[in-house]
Design a protein around this ligand. Structure first.
Ligand code: PHE
Length: 457
């Protein structure tokens, strides 16, 4: 097996923080709450938590262990484990290429909202129609459309990657993360004082089994991959930089807890508030990608010093998003670098142009291109669906087959047990060998049949 000497993170905590920086982002703050609202509240939360501590845990352990063992990133790592699985590395690498462009579109929305608070236009944001007008290109002037903001966000990400100042950004974001957690708690606490919010809190926390469906599981699973940066080779790359002597299982536990806690808090801040604005009736929620942008400004509008809090909040979200998009773009750049044998600068320029071109349809998809739908979805929703609900489950499935039935789970457990006991080894083995692959086949199969119109779920 090919073994390379790699530079490593200097400490285990350094590794955990970097991986958490990649994991915590728009997935937690923007995506999780709207899915929770859309897929039945408490039941979604419950399914998500169960999946995260079983399947998510097993997959993250697997990916990091593969990376640390082989010392390679995904394309090389899968091939090193089994020649026939080289294509899987490619498929995994394709995922960040699809996600990065639309991630930057949403990043652009965040920049816009931050700037509006900065220039004192917070009240306008709290108008119910603001967000739809914004993404629908209905406002006056270029800056009232998402296009320039998308551009700004892509350039922000690209500049960091181009000049290699990720370390600086990571330092700043490490300082900001605790503030984000604190602020989220404050906003959530305030939101819960609004009329009707308690109904919303119940909807978010108490599972209603009549809301359960296949879709809940599929959505929760896609969200788990997305939020924890799984099934796209990223954790393999991070693992390849992890020091051999550090405690792998413990690190995974910490990343997971952190990631899940932030998602949970974001939901607590947004879901009860939406229900409150709907007059306390959860069945009337019309949740979609715009949920955070439509709801939070209305909450801030009612808070003491709300415009300042709103501005700070969107700035913090911007940093959380940047650390994730940097990690996404970074991955794509290193693939382009390796495959085209060009230098990093050129690769970054190529990737930036690619991101701009590929992101454009998502950016215009609710406005000038609204009439173009793929499988009944706008571009952004389609890219989100194809990556999270189709490609990632496929990557996860084959990773489970490779480790569970071809290489053997011992490959991973030996790596985890190098210096420390592997407490949840039995859970890991059952998940990777049986539960996860079966679940993936059932869920993915039924979804595909549904999209093809064969099955109604
Ligand atoms: N996990 C990130 C989020 O929750 C998204 C992401 C996926 C970032 C993959 C990097 C790699 O926003």
């Amino acid at each position: 097996m090919e073994m390379k000497k790699r530079s490593s993170f200097s400490s285990r905590i350094g590794f955990v923080l970097a991986a958490a920086g990649s994991a915590v982002g728009l997935g937690n703050i923007w995506r999780f709450p709207y899915l929770a609202a859309q897929y039945g509240g408490g039941i979604f939360l419950l399914v998500y938590l169960i999946l995260a501590i079983t399947f998510g845990f097993a997959l993250m352990i697997t990916e990091i262990a593969i990376g640390r063992k082989t010392g390679l990133s995904s394309i090389g790592a899968y091939r090193a484990l089994d020649k026939r699985f080289g294509a899987l590395g490619w498929l995994a690498s394709l995922v960040p290429m699809i996600i990065t462009p639309y991630y930057c579109v949403i990043g652009g929305w965040v920049v816009k909202y931050f700037v509006e608070y900065l220039v004192g236009s917070g009240t306008a944001l709290s108008n119910g129609e603001y967000f739809t007008n914004f993404i629908g290109f209905l406002g006056e002037g270029t800056f009232s459309t998402p296009l320039p903001w998308f551009l700004i966000y892509v350039l922000l990400t690209a500049v960091v990657v181009l000049f290699g100042v990720e370390k600086g950004i990571e330092k700043v974001s490490k300082l900001m993360m605790p503030v984000l957690v604190l602020l989220t708690i404050v906003v959530a606490a305030f939101a819960l004082t609004m009329d009707g919010a308690i109904e919303g809190l119940k909807f978010y926390l108490v599972p209603d089994f009549s809301n359960f469906s296949f879709k809940t599981v599929l959505a929760a699973m896609g969200q788990m991959f997305y939020s924890m940066s799984l099934a796209m080779g990223i954790m393999i790359t991070y693992g390849s930089y992890m020091p051999k002597e550090s405690n792998l299982e413990r690190s995974v536990g910490q990343i997971e807890i952190f990631d899940t806690a932030i998602a949970f808090l974001a939901g607590l801040m947004i879901v009860p508030a939406v229900v409150a604005f709907n007059g306390g009736d959860p069945s009337k929620i019309n949740a979609g990608p715009g949920l955070m942008f439509g709801t939070l400004p209305q909450v801030f509008e009612r808070m003491w010093m709300g415009h300042i809090i709103g501005g700070v909040f969107f700035l913090l979200v911007l940093f959380a998003a940047l650390t994730s998009s940097i990690s996404l773009m970074e991955t794509v750049v290193s693939i382009v670098c390796d495959k085209l044998h060009c230098n990093r600068k050129l690769a970054t320029v190529i990737v930036t142009i690619g991101v701009l071109l590929l992101g454009l349809p998502s950016c215009l998809g609710y406005g000038p291109l609204a009439s173009v739908q793929i499988l009944g979805m706008a571009f952004l929703d389609f890219f989100d669906f194809i990556s999270n609900s189709v490609m990632m489950p496929i990557v996860a499935f084959f990773t489970c087959i490779l480790i569970g039935h071809i290489c053997g789970t011992k490959l991973v457990s030996d790596e985890v047990e190098k210096n420390f006991p592997f407490h949840r080894k039995a859970l890991f083995e059952v998940m990777v060998r049986w539960v996860a692959p079966i679940l993936l086949v059932v869920i993915l199969g039924s979804k595909i049949l549904e999209v093809l119109g064969v099955l109604k779920i």
